[in-house]
Structure formats: C-alpha cells, structure tokens
Design a protein around this ligand. Sequence first.
Ligand code: GLU
Length: 319
Amino acid sequence: MAEGKTVRGRFAPSPSGRMHLGNLCCALAAWLSVRSQNGVMLLRIEDLDPDRCKRAYAEQLMDDLHWLGLDWDEGPGTGQNGPYFQSERRALYEEALQMLRQQGKVYPCFCTRAQLHAVSAPHAGDGVFRYPGTCRSLSAAEIAKKSKTRDPALRFRAPAGETRFDDLFLGPQALDVQAVFGDFLVRRSDGVHAYQLAVTVDDARMGVTEVVRGRDLLASTACQLRLFEALGAPAPRYGHVPLLTNTEGRRLSKREQDLDVGVLRERFAPEALCGKLAHLLGLLDRPEAISPRDLIPLFPRANFSRPTIAVPADFAQTP
Ligand code: GLU
C-alpha cells in the first residue's frame, strides 16, 4: 500500500445460509482493521452460484452485521463502485476473461463436471484437487470438435514458480500455484464464473487495498495474486485470521447449531456477544460487554498468528 493512501477493505460473504460465529469473527476482524486505519469499509455479496445463494440470506446477513454493530461505507444500495452483488457483475468478469483470452492466458477445458466442481470451491485448500493440465494443449481442431458435444469450462494458465507475499499477520508466504492447483478454473462449464476470477476482478475494480479474511483462503491468495498480475492490476495486501474450530479442532460448520447467528441473537445482546468474541480473539482479557466501535483502539493487540482458535463448548451458554 502506498504511503498516505486511504485503506479500502472489505467483507465478502457468500449468502448460502445463515452466518455462524466464524463468519462474524472474520467480519469483525476485517471491520476493525479498516476502522483502526480510518479506512473505507466495503460489503460485497458473493452470490455467484445461483444454486447455493439466495437474496433472502443476503438480506439476513446484512441485518445480522448491523445487529452486531458493524457498518460499511460502500455496499448494496450505497457507493460508487457497485453493483455490490456478484450476480450483477457478470459482464465485468467476461471483460476480464476477454482480456486474458487475448493474451492466451485462458483455455477451454472439456474435463468432467465432477472434477470442475472440486476446484471451483473457494475453500480448495481443504482438499486440494490439482488440475493435471489435460486440456492445456488442445489444437484448434480438437477444440472445435469437442465443443460440438460439450460446453467447455475455462482455465487460467498458471505460471510455474512460487508466488510470494507478505501476510499482514503471518509474515512471508510462498506457494507454487501450478504445483498445488495447476491451471485453475476461471469459469465453469455452466457459465458460472469461478470464485478466484470474480474475487480478483472485484477487488481490483473496487480499489480494495486490504483483504482481511479467514485462513481457509490463504492458499487462494496465491491464485488471486497471479490473476492480478495477468490483469495488470495492483494487488491488495492480505491478512489471514485464525479459523474458529469446535473443541475437537474441526472448523465450525452448520453442525454447531448453537453458534448459528440466529441462535446467538436470541441468547445475547450484541455487546455481550461482541465482548465474548473479542475475548476469544485475545482483544479483551475478560468477556465483558463492548461495542465493535469501542474495540477499535484495541485492534493492534490482536495476535492472529495462531492457525485456529477453539471455541469452548459452553460459549453459547448464557451465564
Ligand atoms: N465469499 C468467500 C467466502 O464466503 C470469501 C471471499 C473472500 O473473502 O475473499 O468464503
């Protein structure tokens, strides 16, 4: 980030259900980081996948964020860099693909749907599928022939070699995208743009300078940096925060029903929940009630170098 430049950070949830404590934790961290630097906060709704995402979930998550005391300067209904729903930004993703195509940096892939879906998930780090490059060197004739029976997906020609970046909380990182992911997906065969492409185009076009998000996306950062490079856009800085887990060390999921924001809202006042979360993150010595705004000066105390934070089994029990 250039000296003196306004920080622009964002929270970019996917509206595929009600949020849980882990999502709130990421939202709070991203918000505190921006607010502690007098930056501009953006909310972008990542509703790319029409089968999983619903407008009602997006409305609900905005209501839940406001309930906790988190706000944004740009987002649905406000700001100059919209639309802020990815489902309304498809033309911009196509424009970027066109640019990559002209440079020969994407190619059609006719491999099966099962393989494609494995790599399109944002959390590919959980069970990484490396694309072996099957369709990398098809001739124009082969492409024309295969196109008659199957709509291709599009893949990005990932350069060989390590991608390096300095994580805001974890320090120097290095990952070889080609070795870990191979040529990753930028558009599925059903036309849905892949997470890696959409998130990069949006962060570039929305002028995002700082991305604070969960550790599950650490490996994806390298893919996104390769796309920034190919698109000729300046990349933001990245900071990855620990993942919340249950007491068995498993990442929080819908199974931990009492950590669903709907349930938490019934049990706690917003300041009480914020205080418990801040305590979990090490921002407060005791879980006392506090608003996100009053946490801002404490943000530099955050130690996010741990990979995970276990949520105690009685977290959602009111005293
Ligand atoms: N939409 C992604 C998710 O909900 C996060 C994207 C990002 O922060 O880069 O997991």
